[in-house]
Design a protein. Structure first.
Length: 201
Protein backbone atom coordinates (compact mmCIF):
# COMPACT_ATOMS: atom_id res chain seq x y z
CA UNK A 1 0.00 0.00 0.00
CA UNK A 2 1.09 3.54 -0.70
CA UNK A 3 1.70 5.67 2.36
CA UNK A 4 2.92 9.18 3.22
CA UNK A 5 0.13 11.65 3.56
CA UNK A 6 0.32 12.50 7.21
CA UNK A 7 2.31 10.36 9.62
CA UNK A 8 -0.60 9.71 12.00
CA UNK A 9 -2.95 8.99 9.12
CA UNK A 10 -0.42 6.49 7.73
CA UNK A 11 -0.38 4.54 10.98
CA UNK A 12 -4.18 4.54 11.09
CA UNK A 13 -4.38 3.37 7.47
CA UNK A 14 -1.84 0.59 8.07
CA UNK A 15 -3.81 -0.50 11.14
CA UNK A 16 -7.02 -0.57 9.08
CA UNK A 17 -5.45 -2.62 6.30
CA UNK A 18 -4.00 -5.13 8.75
CA UNK A 19 -7.43 -5.50 10.34
CA UNK A 20 -8.98 -6.02 6.91
CA UNK A 21 -6.54 -8.64 5.59
CA UNK A 22 -6.03 -10.57 8.82
CA UNK A 23 -2.78 -11.81 10.32
CA UNK A 24 -1.73 -14.37 7.71
CA UNK A 25 -1.00 -12.08 4.77
CA UNK A 26 2.17 -10.06 4.38
CA UNK A 27 1.69 -6.30 4.43
CA UNK A 28 4.04 -4.10 2.38
CA UNK A 29 4.22 -0.29 2.47
CA UNK A 30 5.77 2.09 -0.07
CA UNK A 31 6.64 5.64 0.93
CA UNK A 32 8.01 6.63 -2.49
CA UNK A 33 10.90 8.37 -0.77
CA UNK A 34 8.79 11.02 0.94
CA UNK A 35 9.72 10.64 4.62
CA UNK A 36 12.70 12.23 6.34
CA UNK A 37 15.20 9.81 7.92
CA UNK A 38 14.02 10.14 11.53
CA UNK A 39 10.39 10.23 10.48
CA UNK A 40 10.82 7.02 8.47
CA UNK A 41 12.51 5.30 11.38
CA UNK A 42 9.77 6.37 13.77
CA UNK A 43 7.15 5.10 11.31
CA UNK A 44 9.01 1.79 10.88
CA UNK A 45 8.71 1.17 14.62
CA UNK A 46 5.00 1.95 14.56
CA UNK A 47 4.37 -0.15 11.44
CA UNK A 48 6.12 -3.09 13.09
CA UNK A 49 3.17 -3.34 15.50
CA UNK A 50 1.10 -4.33 12.49
CA UNK A 51 3.66 -6.79 11.12
CA UNK A 52 4.65 -4.71 8.13
CA UNK A 53 7.41 -6.79 6.55
CA UNK A 54 8.44 -4.52 3.65
CA UNK A 55 9.21 -0.80 3.77
CA UNK A 56 9.85 0.49 0.27
CA UNK A 57 11.72 3.75 -0.30
CA UNK A 58 11.31 5.05 3.26
CA UNK A 59 13.48 7.99 2.17
CA UNK A 60 14.61 9.17 -1.24
CA UNK A 61 16.48 6.54 -3.23
CA UNK A 62 19.12 9.20 -3.85
CA UNK A 63 19.80 9.24 -0.10
CA UNK A 64 21.85 6.05 0.14
CA UNK A 65 23.18 6.96 3.59
CA UNK A 66 19.61 7.51 4.75
CA UNK A 67 18.45 4.16 3.41
CA UNK A 68 21.32 2.46 5.18
CA UNK A 69 20.60 4.40 8.37
CA UNK A 70 17.05 3.04 8.37
CA UNK A 71 17.96 -0.47 7.19
CA UNK A 72 20.38 -0.86 10.09
CA UNK A 73 17.89 0.38 12.70
CA UNK A 74 14.54 -0.92 11.46
CA UNK A 75 13.06 -4.04 13.06
CA UNK A 76 14.75 -7.19 11.70
CA UNK A 77 11.44 -8.49 10.39
CA UNK A 78 11.08 -5.46 8.11
CA UNK A 79 12.96 -5.40 4.81
CA UNK A 80 14.04 -2.11 3.25
CA UNK A 81 13.73 -1.99 -0.54
CA UNK A 82 14.59 0.49 -3.31
CA UNK A 83 15.91 0.59 -6.85
CA UNK A 84 12.85 1.08 -9.05
CA UNK A 85 14.22 4.31 -10.56
CA UNK A 86 17.53 2.77 -11.65
CA UNK A 87 18.55 3.15 -15.29
CA UNK A 88 22.28 2.38 -15.43
CA UNK A 89 24.24 -0.45 -13.90
CA UNK A 90 26.35 1.93 -11.81
CA UNK A 91 23.21 3.16 -10.05
CA UNK A 92 22.53 -0.36 -8.77
CA UNK A 93 26.18 -1.00 -8.03
CA UNK A 94 26.34 2.09 -5.82
CA UNK A 95 23.13 1.09 -4.03
CA UNK A 96 24.49 -2.37 -3.24
CA UNK A 97 27.92 -1.04 -2.26
CA UNK A 98 26.21 1.36 0.17
CA UNK A 99 24.41 -1.55 1.91
CA UNK A 100 21.30 0.57 1.45
CA UNK A 101 18.71 -2.17 0.91
CA UNK A 102 17.72 -5.66 2.03
CA UNK A 103 16.05 -6.30 -1.33
CA UNK A 104 16.94 -4.51 -4.54
CA UNK A 105 14.23 -3.55 -7.02
CA UNK A 106 14.62 -3.14 -10.76
CA UNK A 107 12.27 -2.36 -13.62
CA UNK A 108 13.07 -3.74 -17.07
CA UNK A 109 11.22 -0.82 -18.67
CA UNK A 110 13.85 1.49 -17.17
CA UNK A 111 17.08 -0.42 -16.67
CA UNK A 112 17.93 -1.17 -20.32
CA UNK A 113 15.38 -3.92 -20.88
CA UNK A 114 15.93 -7.62 -20.38
CA UNK A 115 19.68 -7.36 -20.88
CA UNK A 116 20.04 -4.58 -18.31
CA UNK A 117 17.77 -6.39 -15.86
CA UNK A 118 19.84 -9.55 -16.14
CA UNK A 119 22.99 -7.55 -15.42
CA UNK A 120 21.36 -6.12 -12.29
CA UNK A 121 20.29 -9.64 -11.32
CA UNK A 122 23.90 -10.81 -11.62
CA UNK A 123 25.02 -8.00 -9.31
CA UNK A 124 22.42 -9.15 -6.77
CA UNK A 125 23.44 -12.79 -7.05
CA UNK A 126 27.08 -11.90 -6.51
CA UNK A 127 26.07 -9.82 -3.48
CA UNK A 128 23.75 -12.52 -2.04
CA UNK A 129 20.84 -10.10 -2.18
CA UNK A 130 17.35 -10.82 -3.51
CA UNK A 131 15.83 -8.88 -6.41
CA UNK A 132 12.21 -7.84 -6.83
CA UNK A 133 10.65 -6.65 -10.09
CA UNK A 134 8.90 -3.29 -10.22
CA UNK A 135 5.48 -2.95 -11.92
CA UNK A 136 4.65 -4.27 -15.44
CA UNK A 137 4.15 -7.84 -14.10
CA UNK A 138 3.65 -9.47 -17.50
CA UNK A 139 6.84 -7.95 -18.84
CA UNK A 140 8.76 -9.48 -15.94
CA UNK A 141 7.08 -12.89 -15.88
CA UNK A 142 9.40 -14.90 -18.14
CA UNK A 143 12.35 -12.73 -17.17
CA UNK A 144 11.70 -13.42 -13.50
CA UNK A 145 11.60 -17.16 -14.12
CA UNK A 146 15.12 -16.88 -15.55
CA UNK A 147 16.42 -14.89 -12.57
CA UNK A 148 17.95 -16.94 -9.74
CA UNK A 149 18.01 -13.91 -7.40
CA UNK A 150 14.27 -13.24 -7.84
CA UNK A 151 12.29 -12.65 -4.65
CA UNK A 152 8.95 -11.67 -6.11
CA UNK A 153 7.18 -9.56 -8.72
CA UNK A 154 5.20 -6.46 -7.90
CA UNK A 155 1.61 -7.06 -9.03
CA UNK A 156 0.41 -3.54 -9.57
CA UNK A 157 -3.30 -3.49 -10.35
CA UNK A 158 -3.20 -0.39 -12.54
CA UNK A 159 -0.63 -2.11 -14.71
CA UNK A 160 -2.51 -5.40 -14.77
CA UNK A 161 -5.63 -3.55 -15.87
CA UNK A 162 -3.78 -1.96 -18.78
CA UNK A 163 -2.07 -5.23 -19.70
CA UNK A 164 -5.47 -6.94 -19.89
CA UNK A 165 -6.88 -4.10 -21.97
CA UNK A 166 -4.12 -4.22 -24.54
CA UNK A 167 -2.95 -7.83 -24.67
CA UNK A 168 -4.31 -11.33 -25.05
CA UNK A 169 -2.50 -14.01 -23.09
CA UNK A 170 -2.26 -12.28 -19.68
CA UNK A 171 -2.29 -15.14 -17.15
CA UNK A 172 -4.26 -15.03 -13.90
CA UNK A 173 -2.30 -15.44 -10.69
CA UNK A 174 -2.99 -18.65 -8.83
CA UNK A 175 -2.44 -18.72 -5.06
CA UNK A 176 -0.18 -15.70 -5.34
CA UNK A 177 1.93 -17.08 -8.18
CA UNK A 178 2.10 -16.27 -11.89
CA UNK A 179 3.21 -18.95 -14.33
CA UNK A 180 4.06 -18.52 -18.02
CA UNK A 181 1.70 -20.21 -20.46
CA UNK A 182 4.17 -22.44 -22.29
CA UNK A 183 1.68 -23.17 -25.06
CA UNK A 184 2.02 -19.57 -26.27
CA UNK A 185 4.92 -18.23 -28.29
CA UNK A 186 7.50 -15.83 -26.90
CA UNK A 187 6.32 -13.85 -23.89
CA UNK A 188 2.83 -15.21 -24.45
CA UNK A 189 1.33 -11.79 -25.16
CA UNK A 190 -0.47 -10.69 -28.29
CA UNK A 191 -1.43 -7.08 -28.94
CA UNK A 192 -5.18 -6.56 -29.30
CA UNK A 193 -5.01 -4.26 -32.30
CA UNK A 194 -8.77 -3.80 -32.63
CA UNK A 195 -9.13 -2.84 -28.94
CA UNK A 196 -6.39 -0.23 -29.00
CA UNK A 197 -7.43 1.40 -32.26
CA UNK A 198 -9.65 3.88 -30.44
CA UNK A 199 -6.59 5.24 -28.59
CA UNK A 200 -4.85 6.13 -31.84
CA UNK A 201 -4.33 9.89 -32.30
MG1 LIG B 1 7.58 1.76 -5.39
Amino acid sequence: MKIVRHSNADVDRVRAVRAAIGQDEELFVDANGAYSRKQALSQAQKFAEFNVSWFEEPVSSDDLEGLRFIRERAPFEMEIAAGEYGYGLNYFKRMLASHAVDVLQADATRCAGFTGFQQVATLCQADHLPLSTHCAPMLHLHLGCATPALRHAEYFHDHVRIERMFFDGVPEPNDGALKPDLSRAGMGLELKYSDIEKFRR
